[in-house]
Design a protein. Structure first.
Length: 153
């Protein structure tokens, strides 16, 4: 475990529930793409996504935008679970992704870990791998942390 991981162990303000996340996401883009939440660790959140007709581009490989959806899904849920929902809400500010390997079938798995958890912003790194554990995409997502009432205006 890295020093950052040791410092951030037990980062969740709201106890994460895979069932709750899945139920709330079912009727959204997340559910439509078949994203499944798999694991919550002390300092990470893991989900997987099928590589099929919903997520492939016309040339038969995983669409880069689908990888970004998986990364943003993980970063957004993780950010929301770190803050006190009565006090703050999180919104994506910026995301980037480097696509390093094509995938044509099976599943890809993303793991989100915090890089920085500040009072006003959070930065999450999401590493997406294929079924052989080879890196497919690495993404970094910056989340704005705002007062709960500000996001509702």
């Amino acid at each position: 475990m890295t020093q950052l991981s040791q410092r951030l162990a037990g980062i969740w303000s709201t106890p994460p529930s895979l069932v709750f996340m899945s139920e709330l996401s079912a009727a959204t883009l997340i559910g439509h793409l078949g994203i499944e939440f798999l694991e919550v660790g002390d300092d990470h959140l893991t989900a997987r996504m099928p590589v099929d007709g919903r997520t492939r581009q016309p040339f038969g490989v995983l669409h880069g935008g689908a990888s970004v959806v998986l990364a943003e899904t993980l970063a957004s849920w993780a950010a929301a679970l770190v803050v006190d929902p009565d006090q703050a809400m999180c919104f994506g500010m910026e995301i980037n992704a480097n696509h390093v390997r094509p995938v044509s079938s099976g599943w890809v798995t993303g793991v989100a870990r915090p890089v920085a958890l500040g009072r006003r912003s959070q930065v999450w790194e999401v590493r997406i791998s294929n079924e052989d554990g080879k890196l497919v995409c690495v993404s970094r997502c910056t989340m704005a942390v705002v007062e709960a009432t500000q996001g509702q205006e």
